[in-house]
Design a protein around this ligand. Structure first.
Ligand SMILES: *[C@@H]1O[C@H](CO)[C@@H](O)[C@H](O)[C@H]1NC(C)=O
Ligand SMILES: *[C@@H]1O[C@H](CO)[C@@H](O)[C@H](O)[C@H]1NC(C)=O
Ligand SMILES: *[C@@H]1O[C@H](CO)[C@@H](O)[C@H](O)[C@H]1NC(C)=O
Ligand SMILES: *[C@@H]1O[C@H](CO)[C@@H](O)[C@H](O)[C@H]1NC(C)=O
Ligand SMILES: *[C@@H]1O[C@H](CO)[C@@H](O)[C@H](O)[C@H]1NC(C)=O
Ligand SMILES: *[C@@H]1O[C@H](CO)[C@@H](O)[C@H](O)[C@H]1NC(C)=O
Ligand SMILES: *[C@@H]1O[C@H](CO)[C@@H](O)[C@H](O)[C@H]1NC(C)=O
Length: 557
C-alpha cells in the first residue's frame, strides 16, 4: 500500500470506523426483555453474551497475560476467537484499599519475585508497567472498549488471590474479608468509575457465594442492596446475581422473587463444570449422568428462564488438551444444553498461564483458550466445537425466517445439512444447517418440502423420503439424556442416528444407552434445537433439486 493511497483513504477509513463504532455503541446499554438480554436499538434486539473470563484478581492484582502480549493484541485475539465479551474479574480491595490500589505494576510483580514477568511486561506493555494497578485495570478496560468487546466486571473475591474455598474468608457476607459495607462501597466505586464506558455492560456483584455462613435471608438483604447501589451509580449496567453454594443454587428464587426499585436489568448467573459432579462423568454412564445433571441444573437455576430472567452461565470450561475423559463427556452434554436454551455464557478461561497462582510462578492453565505464551489458541478444535454457541439461534429482533429446528451434533460442533437431494445428509457448519419441522407425530421434514428423514437400516446412510407414514420416519429422543434420535427400520430394528468416518449421517444400533460406563455415546448425540435464524448456502439448491421439488409438490398436491 503506497503512502499516497493511505493518505487519501485515511479520512474515509476513519469515517467508516467511526460510523461502525457509533452504530455499535449506539445500541448500548443493554437491558432485559423476559429471558433475553437486548440492546437499545429499535425494539431491542437480542444480544447474546459469548464471553471469556479474563482473570485480574490474583495476588499480583493485574490482568493476566500482559507480560506475554500487548493489551490491544490480546483484546483483538479475543474478538478473533469469536467472543464478543469478557467477564473481567477483580478483587474488591482493588477498589476499597488504597494500599492495594496504589502499588505500581512493577512493584507488585517485584514483591512476588516475578523478575521474568517484569521483563516481559516491560517489553509488551511499557506504557502500563509503571502505573498503579488501579490504573492498569482501567487501561485493560479501555483496550477492550476500543476493540468493542463488551465487559462484565466481576467481583471475584475480596483479598487478592485464587478463588474459592469454604474457609478462605471471602465466601459470604460477614466472613473475615467480606464486610458487606465495604463491599457496597466498592461496588459503588466500580460502577461510578465505568459509568461512561459504554462497553461495560454488566456487573457480577459477587462470585460464588459459599461457606458456613451462607444464608438465604442475608442473601436477599445484601444482594438487593448491592443491586441498588450499582444502579444508583450506573443505571446502564445489568446487575448479575450469583446464587449460593459456589453459584450452583438459585432454587430459592422459586418461592421468593428478588425485589428491586428498577426493572429490566436483573440477570442471574450460574456455574457448571465437569468437576462440579466430581468424577461422575467418567465413572458413570454418560447418558444417565447427563440426564441427571441437566435435571438438577434446571431445578437449581435453569427454571429462571421460564420465570422470565436471563441466565448467564458465567463459568464453564474444560481441560483443552482433550485428555480428561470426565471433562470431554461433560462438554458434549453442556454444549447440547447451552445450544438448546441458547444461553448467554462466559467460558473459563482466557489465560494460557498466570504470573503467579497458588504459590506457583508462571503456572500453565490447561483450561485456557490461549496457550502458555498467549500467542495462539491452545486448541483450535475446541474453538470449532464451541463456535455454534457463540452465535444466537433466536431472540427478539433476530428472526429472519419462520421458527424451525436445526439438528446439532455436539461432539463435532456441527449441524445436519444437505448439499442437494442426490448427496447424502452430512454434518456442516451450523450457520448453514438444514431447517427442519418436527411434527407432533415425530416426523422430521425439511422445511418447505415434503421430504422426511428416514432410517434405511443398520450401518446405512439416513435418507430422505416422500412417504412419511411408516415407522422408519418417526424419530424419538431417547435415553436418559434424550440425546439419541431413534427410529425403526421397516423390519422393526431399532436404530439411532449416528455419523460415519466422513461425517455422513447414518443409522446404527443404539450405543451406551444405559449402564455401560466405559463407552462414550457422543457420536450418536444429536439435539433438535429451535432457531429463527435464516440459513445460507443450503437454500440455493441445485436445479435438479428444484425440479424434483416441484414434481413432488404436484404429486402430493
Ligand atoms: C489494605 O491492604 C493492605 C495490604 O494488603 C493490608 O495490609 C491492610 O490490612 C488492608 N486494609 C484493610 C482495611 O483491609
Ligand atoms: C439466616 O439469617 C437470619 C437473619 O440473621 C437468621 O434469623 C436465621 O436464623 C439464619 N438462618 C440460618 C439457617 O442460619
Ligand atoms: C452515570 O451516567 C448517566 C448517563 O450515562 C448519568 O445520567 C448519571 O448521572 C451518571 N451517574 C453518576 C453517578 O455519575
Ligand atoms: C484438542 O482437543 C482434542 C479433543 O477435543 C484432542 O484430541 C487434541 O489432542 C487436542 N489438541 C491439542 C493440541 O491439545
Ligand atoms: C422450542 O420451541 C417450542 C415450540 O415453540 C417450545 O415448546 C420449546 O419449549 C422450545 N424449546 C426450548 C428449549 O426453548
Ligand atoms: C410400527 O411400530 C409399532 C410398534 O412400535 C407396531 O405396532 C407397528 O406394527 C409398526 N408399523 C409398521 C407399519 O411396521
Ligand atoms: C432386519 O434387517 C436387518 C438387515 O438390514 C437384519 O440384520 C435384522 O436381523 C432384521 N431384523 C428382523 C427383526 O428381521
Amino acid at each position: 500500500m503506497s503512502l499516497n493511497y493511505l493518505s487519501s483513504s485515511l479520512p474515509f477509513l476513519l469515517l467508516i470506523t467511526t460510523v461502525l463504532h457509533l452504530h455499535f455503541t449506539a445500541a448500548l446499554p443493554l437491558s432485559t426483555n423476559s429471558r433475553w438480554i437486548v440492546n437499545s436499538g429499535g425494539d431491542g434486539e437480542r444480544v447474546k453474551l459469548s464471553c471469556v473470563n479474563w482473570v485480574s484478581h490474583l495476588d499480583a492484582v493485574i490482568a493476566e497475560g500482559l507480560s506475554k502480549q500487548p493489551v490491544d493484541v490480546i483484546s483483538k485475539k479475543i474478538v478473533d476467537m469469536g467472543f464478543n465479551c469478557v467477564r473481567l474479574t477483580y478483587p474488591l480491595f482493588l477498589f476499597t484499599n488504597d494500599s492495594v490500589a496504589s502499588v505500581t505494576v512493577r512493584q507488585s510483580l517485584n514483591k512476588l519475585g516475578l523478575i521474568e514477568s517484569i521483563a516481559g511486561f516491560q517489553a509488551n506493555n511499557p506504557a502500563i508497567i509503571d502505573l498503579p494497578v488501579i490504573n492498569a485495570f482501567q487501561e485493560v478496560v479501555a483496550s477492550l472498549d476500543r476493540n468493542n468487546v463488551m465487559m462484565i466486571l466481576d467481583n471475584q473475591i475480596s483479598k487478592p488471590g485464587w478463588c474459592c474455598s469454604d474457609f478462605d474468608g471471602n465466601g459470604f457476607f460477614g466472613d473475615r474479608y467480606f464486610d458487606p459495607e465495604v463491599w457496597l462501597k466498592g461496588l459503588t466505586k466500580v460502577a461510578t468509575m465505568f459509568n461512561n464506558t459504554a462497553n461495560v455492560v454488566g456487573m457480577s456483584l459477587r462470585n460464588e457465594l459459599r461457606g458456613p455462613k451462607q444464608n438465604v435471608t442475608i442473601w436477599y438483604r445484601y444482594m438487593q442492596k448491592g443491586a441498588e447501589a450499582v444502579h444508583a451509580a450506573n443505571p446502564n449496567v445489568l446487575v448479575i446475581f450469583s446464587g449460593l453454594s459456589y453459584d450452583k443454587d438459585l432454587s430459592f428464587i422459586q418461592t421468593q422473587p428478588v425485589s428491586l426499585t428498577f426493572s429490566n436489568k436483573l440477570v442471574f448467573e450460574a456455574h457448571w463444570y465437569g468437576f462440579s459432579n466430581s468424577e461422575d462423568w467418567e465413572t458413570g454412564n454418560a447418558n444417565e449422568v447427563c440426564g441427571r445433571v441437566v435435571d438438577n441444573i434446571m431445578s437449581k437455576s435453569g427454571f429462571l428462564l421460564d420465570k422470565g430472567y436471563p441466565l448467564f452461565i458465567s463459568e464453564w470450561g474444560v481441560d483443552q488438551r482433550g485428555t480428561n475423559e470426565n471433562d470431554n463427556r461433560y462438554l458434549n452434554c453442556f454444549t447440547a444444553w447451552a445450544a438448546d436454551h441458547d444461553l448467554d455464557w462466559a467460558l473459563w478461561t482466557l489465560a494460557g498461564s498466570y504470573y503467579y497462582r497458588q504459590g506457583v510462578v508462571g503456572m500453565e492453565e490447561f483450561y485456557g483458550v490461549l496457550n502458555w505464551d498467549w500467542c495462539e489458541p491452545r486448541n483450535s478444535s475446541f474453538l470449532d466445537k464451541i463456535s455454534p454457541i457463540q452465535s444466537p439461534f433466536q431472540g427478539p429482533g433476530l428472526s429472519n425466517t419462520r421458527p424451525h429446528k436445526i439438528i446439532f451434533h455436539p461432539a463435532t460442533g456441527l449441524c445436519v445439512q444437505r448439499q442437494s437431494f442426490f448427496q447424502p445428509l452430512t454434518l456442516g457448519p451450523c450457520t448453514e444447517a438444514e431447517g427442519w419441522n418436527y411434527t407432533p407425530q415425530k416426523i422430521l421434514t425439511i422445511k418447505g418440502t415434503y421430504y422426511c428423514l428416514q432410517a434405511d437400516g443398520v450401518g446405512k446412510k439416513a435418507k430422505l423420503g416422500l412417504i412419511c407414514t411408516d415407522n422408519s420416519s418417526k424419530w424419538e429422543a431417547i435415553s436418559a439424556s434424550k440425546l439419541h434420535l431413534s427410529s425403526k427400520t421397516n423390519n422393526g430394528t431399532v436404530v439411532c442416528l449416528d455419523i460415519d468416518s466422513e461425517n455422513n449421517i447414518v443409522t446404527n444400533s443404539c450405543r451406551c444407552l444405559s449402564n455401560d460406563n466405559m463407552c462414550d455415546p457422543a457420536s450418536q448425540w444429536f439435539k433438535i434445537i429451535n432457531s429463527t435464524m435464516g440459513v445460507g448456502t443450503h437454500q440455493s439448491y441445485s436445479r435438479v433439486d428444484a425440479i424434483l421439488q416441484s414434481l413432488e409438490a404436484s404429486l402430493l398436491g
